[in-house]
Design a binder for this molecule. Sequence first.
Ligand SMILES: Nc1nc2c(c(=O)[nH]1)N[C@H]1C(S)=C(S)[C@@H](COP(=O)(O)OP(=O)(O)OC[C@H]3O[C@@H](n4cnc5c(=O)[nH]c(N)nc54)[C@H](O)[C@@H]3O)O[C@H]1N2
Ligand SMILES: Nc1nc2c(c(=O)[nH]1)N[C@H]1C(S)=C(S)[C@@H](COP(=O)(O)OP(=O)(O)OC[C@H]3O[C@@H](n4cnc5c(=O)[nH]c(N)nc54)[C@H](O)[C@@H]3O)O[C@H]1N2
Ligand SMILES: [Mo]
Length: 749
Amino acid sequence: MKKEWQQQEDGVFKVRTCGWSPPGDHPVGCGMHLHIKDGKLIKVEGDPEHPITEGRLCIRCLSLPEYVNHPSRIIHPMKRAGERGEDKWQRISWDEAWDIIVEKINYFKDNYGAESIVVFGGTGREACLYYYPLGFAAIGTPNVCYPQSGWSCYGPRCAITDYILGAGYPEIDYAGYFSDRYEHEGWQLPEYILLWGKEPLKSNPDGFFGHSIIDMMKRGSKLIMVDPRLNWLATRAEYHLQLRPGSDTALAMGMLNVIINEDLYDHDFVENWCYGWDEFVERVQEYPTDKVADITWVKEEKIIAAARAFAKAGNSTLGWGLAIDQNPNGVQLGHALLAIVAITGNLDVPGGVTIGPPASLMGKWRVETRSELSPELWDKRIGAKEWPALSTALATTHPDETLDTLETGKPYKLRMGWFNSSNFIAPTNSAAPDRWYRALKKLEFCVVQDVFMTPTAMAFADIFLPLSSFAEHDGVVVTHYGRNAVFLGAMNKAIQVGECKSDVEMMIELGKRINPKAWQFDSVEDFFDFQLKPELGFGFAELKEKGLYQPDYEYEKYKKGKLRADGEPGFNTVTGLVELSSTLFESWGEDPLPYFKEPPYSPYSTPDLYKEFNLVLTTGARTYASFHSEHRHVPSLREVVPDPIMEIHPDTAKKLGIREGDWVVIENMFGKAKERAHITPAIDARVVHAQHGWWFPEKPADEPSLYGVWESNINTLIPHKHIGKLGFGGPFKSILCKVYKAEDQNFYK
Ligand SMILES: Nc1nc2c(c(=O)[nH]1)N[C@H]1C(S)=C(S)[C@@H](COP(=O)(O)OP(=O)(O)OC[C@H]3O[C@@H](n4cnc5c(=O)[nH]c(N)nc54)[C@H](O)[C@@H]3O)O[C@H]1N2
Ligand SMILES: Nc1nc2c(c(=O)[nH]1)N[C@H]1C(S)=C(S)[C@@H](COP(=O)(O)OP(=O)(O)OC[C@H]3O[C@@H](n4cnc5c(=O)[nH]c(N)nc54)[C@H](O)[C@@H]3O)O[C@H]1N2
Ligand SMILES: [Mo]
């Protein structure tokens, strides 16, 4: 990339950067130039030199000036000047904010122990590198909580990979590691790309740039989509397996049945690198394709054809998405999917599935900061003992257990909350948000860091700390948080808005005040030098110059002793092999082999409820115009998706007297939400899909409205703690509901 990361042209100052929130996105680090005039962000342009995104940007980046310059942004620290839930605030200085916060933290620590403080954080925005150390090393609490029931995002996939493969996150090999990308010698085009419960064009999840699917399809790769909805990619797929939501594990086992019984697997890999083959073969016999077709609603011929195509092809790859995590049977699903990849010989080979070394760089550092806590304090982490499979792989509390603790005060009372990057009573990060709402009200003191006032901040914040967008601060993008990092990118500060600060700045400033010995950084640059230099040999200034650093990739690491600390060939698991039968699952009292279990509420597991709630509901498929609860106030994005949308098949809509655009109520035994019907044959007549993350910044702020947060809150339909035996996976993508036309069609009164 060109050396100059700052340029001046016709009075416009242009700064090259890689974006990584806020506003939210996953660490894809899209390359762009920010255009600044008279100290204001006026335009964003894609950077054609960025080797991954090659100038392509989505509408969320293109509309960044509207977000950054938005009149309702909070740009100074504030303290509550009325009751919680009342829109009354007083501007204060940063010093005053820190004084209040530090005094409170010390008070709770001295009187009740540091464990009485809980830090909440959301999804993989830049913040998720920093809320762990904010909790562990600045505040000093063992309780850092990602509040999604069953930790239903990414964590399960990482944990399953740790336990089954002993490696970092498995990713589609899209040549992202190489500066010459698809031309790289030694890289191969995958013949098939199997996308399972993932729509990466819209989501670009966790460091994977979705458009690389299109790049590879243009070069000849073929697609297999496993998705209950016919989305844009599915229309271009060679096979679309349109399954019943939540029936995935049965489908994966059915495909394995074909691959094994038709002898389409890689004998060499199975013999040398897999553990538990005989039991595994026996288990898949329980899933003949005719039975699987009945369970999944996918035609038997299609299951067989797709399994054969994938297994008979040369190198092929798999991308597994959120539908693996948001499923109480998802651990078994992930296990089965890794087995498909492994036994077809597609692991760690060109054009197959890449696996990383264990987390490195900042991803590793963030969890290692827990060494600041005494073993006694670490022992108090909520839910760690009850859920060892979750707490071994993840350094957080157990989310569901955290709600129980808030509600019951057991094993101890939580008194202070720090909301880092989670607007979670908006229908995003929690199931049963109404219960969280009532429980969080009990906290005695709350700090919220955010860019805008949100329903969560309005309900709970006593102190509001204003956050800078990625145009306003320095940072480093690390794809997959170091677990399988395709690249590191420099995020460059271009402007300052008000008194806003970044997560890194706030973490360091608080850390210096509370635990100075752990925070001896003179500046943000100093902090990034500390992160980068030991591993890369160069610091932040040089990364800015380079723009991007791609580390290269070594295939077949397991043959060369590159996955294990002892340098022996094999995988970093208990047996040293890919565990088709999991020794760890067994030690935690779980079946060591994958099995299908019906979702907790489904046509077959709860047939009586299905009589009334006669549709299967899946939620939250991503849209281009928002990131969870964010972007609802950005005018040009809101124009694209002005209202919450649910999708329903024409036959079902007709039966229910629902027309296109009608407001409908989606209701089940747990809650209800109002959304607007979009009638489409792209969804099965027995299934509906509803968007999540809706609140209405234009509605009244004060309680009980809280920006209309309870009106279209689809997560009130998702129950608390209906999770898998190992503690993972809530039923966000598979629950029952009924749908009827809303009596009141005039939503905006
Ligand atoms: N029904 C249903 N619910 C779902 C899902 C679904 O598919 N269906 N998906 C779930 C998934 S996978 C996830 S990960 C969660 C996500 O849930 P969350 O990550 O909790 O997302 P938000 O509720 O949007 O809250 C994020 C808040 O952080 C602020 N923010 C943005 N960037 C930054 C930053 O860099 N630093 C800080 N400190 N704050 C920032 C935003 O302004 C916003 O207010 O939602 C889950 N909820
Ligand atoms: N624009 C945008 N991008 C985002 C986000 C956002 O809010 N907005 N959120 C980010 C976050 S936190 C995450 S975790 C990722 C998630 O990104 P993805 O992993 O791509 O997940 P989703 O978009 O939730 O769903 C992907 C597909 O799964 C399908 N699906 C629904 N139910 C099932 C099921 O039971 N089985 C199967 N096999 N498929 C099912 C949906 O129809 C959808 O097409 O996106 C990230 N990127
Ligand atoms: Mo997520």
